[in-house]
Design a protein around this ligand. Structure first.
Ligand SMILES: O=C(O)[C@H]1O[C@H](OP(=O)(O)OP(=O)(O)OC[C@H]2O[C@@H](n3ccc(=O)[nH]c3=O)[C@H](O)[C@@H]2O)[C@H](O)[C@@H](O)[C@@H]1O
Length: 424
């Protein structure tokens, strides 16, 4: 077994990360990292720390203890079939007094970002309702909460109105990876426009605070570097990415329209490239592609000459930023991203090195070192991207803590365990 279970996760200042989140703006979002890990990493990488008190259900082994809080899928290669398990016991959640317990709606809550946000809000003791149409999201990302009294999941497409009493709305629903959002461009822009209109209408009606996850893509192929929030962007309105970029731009316009006209309490997060466990391996984005390719021993595909840049943020930093923004008084757009910028060529080499490190720790023999190969550049692919996060630092007191290396190591372990189970 790997030594990774005991490996330390160090932040950008070399301090160990034991918990994520913080108490800020009257909202406590702090959760022990091992508790979160017990919801997505397998036992040999992250033993669960929470011991059940009841002797009758006390687990015999690390493996049993761990599986108390995580649903599993077991793959049977002979019949190419899969068996899903459900939990008989839920991860412990905080007992909040009713005055502090919020009713929170998360649209797109079964997606990659949504599921991590849901984990955090649930552990913190809030009542969470997820709506998702499962186009890119999956029930497996939140299956460990299904049946919990504080949790509800509804199959619903945000292009149709939805009614619920709630205090806060995190509006995440929209396909976000270029191959997915270009698959049905009309549906993507419809989701951004109609979905945001419906959720803003709901926020207005029930007087909920509304947060939309916008994107760095509103800056298009930027002529200003790094990108501050007051940069208006450089977007091709008729190109293949426009359904997403312009969709999110109009969603922001709607959001501020409801604020000005109807007094809706709004928050706008512009999220920069984010990665982490539960990213769909077939997502098509660069981090999942590179890790899966390297783990499978396949060539890693760099598009173009690999000189374009991106700045990668780990999922836990993003969730910290989203929760801080939601509970703050900042209603202007806020960039949430990590300023560590890489060329895609450099990034391919870093991912390859980290995959090899994790394989070596686990005693995996490689047949060969994977190659990095070059493929045509997609149309309108932005040449550079790095967030200016001064506003988030000043108004939210938020800064990313995870190094790209630390986040990548964890994500590699997550995908590797999935591959060993046969579910990837
Ligand atoms: O996160 C963001 O800020 C936004 O950017 C992403 O778009 P993009 O930056 O193009 O993300 P990727 O598809 O991961 O591509 C990053 C870079 O890697 C390249 N790439 C991608 C995949 C691959 O296999 N190889 C490769 O070289 C792409 O051409 C691009 O230059 C997503 O579209 C959005 O969800 C998101 O809002």
């Amino acid at each position: 077994m790997s030594s990774a279970a005991t490996a330390q996760t160090l932040d950008k200042n070399g301090q160990e990360i034991k918990a994520v989140g913080f108490k800020r703006f009257g909202f406590d979002s702090e959760v022990a990292l091992d508790v979160l890990r017990s919801l997505y990493l397998r036992p040999h990488y992250a033993p669960a720390t929470t011991e059940p008190k009841d002797a009758a259900i006390k687990a015999d082994s690390e493996e049993d203890k761990f599986s108390l809080f995580q649903s599993k899928s077991i793959y049977y290669p002979e019949t190419h079939s899969i068996s899903y398990t459900t939990l008989s016991r839920f991860p412990p959640v905080k007992l909040l007094p009713p005055s502090e317990r919020k009713r929170i709606l998360v649209t797109g809550g079964a997606g990659f970002v949504g599921s991590h946000l849901v984990d955090r809000l649930m552990i913190l003791g809030h009542e969470v309702t997820v709506i998702d149409n499962f186009f890119t999201g999956s029930k497996t990302t939140v299956s460990h909460w299904i049946g919990h009294p504080n949790f509800e999941m509804v199959r619903h497409d945000v292009v149709e109105p939805f009614m619920i009493e709630c205090d806060q709305i995190y509006h995440l629903a929209c396909p976000a990876s270029p191959p997915h959002y270009q698959f049905n461009a009309v549906k993507t822009i419809k989701t951004s426009f109609m979905g945001t209109l419906n959720m803003l209408g709901l926020a207005k009606r029930v007087k909920a605070r509304f947060l939309i996850t916008s994107t760095s893509e509103v800056y298009g192929d930027p002529e200003v570097h790094p990108q501050p929030e007051d940069y208006w962007g450089h977007v091709n309105p008729i190109g293949p990415r426009a359904c997403y970029d312009e969709g999110k731009r109009v969603a922001e316009t709607l959001t501020y329209g409801f604020q000005r006209q109807d007094g809706v309490d709004v928050r706008v997060a512009r999220i920069f490239n984010t990665y982490g466990p539960r990213m769909n391996p077939a997502d098509g984005r660069v981090v999942s592609n590179f890790i899966v390719q390297a783990l499978k021993g396949e060539d890693m595909t760099v598009y173009g000459d690999g000189k374009q840049t991106r700045s990668f943020q780990y999922i836990h930093d993003l969730v910290d930023g989203l929760i801080a923004l939601m509970n703050s008084g900042e209603s202007r757009p806020v960039n949430i991203g990590n300023g560590d910028e890489f060329t895609i060529g450099e990034f391919a080499e870093l991912v390859r090195e980290i995959v090899e490190k994790v394989q070596d720790e686990d005693g995996v023999k490689r047949e060969r070192r994977v190659n990095i190969i070059y493929k045509p550049m997609p149309t309108d692919d932005p040449q550079k991207r790095r967030p200016d996060t001064t506003r988030a630092k000043e108004t939210l007191d938020w800064q990313p803590r995870w190094t790209v290396r630390m986040g990548l190591e964890e994500m590699v372990r997550y995908y590797k365990a999935k591959m060993e189970e046969g579910s990837l």
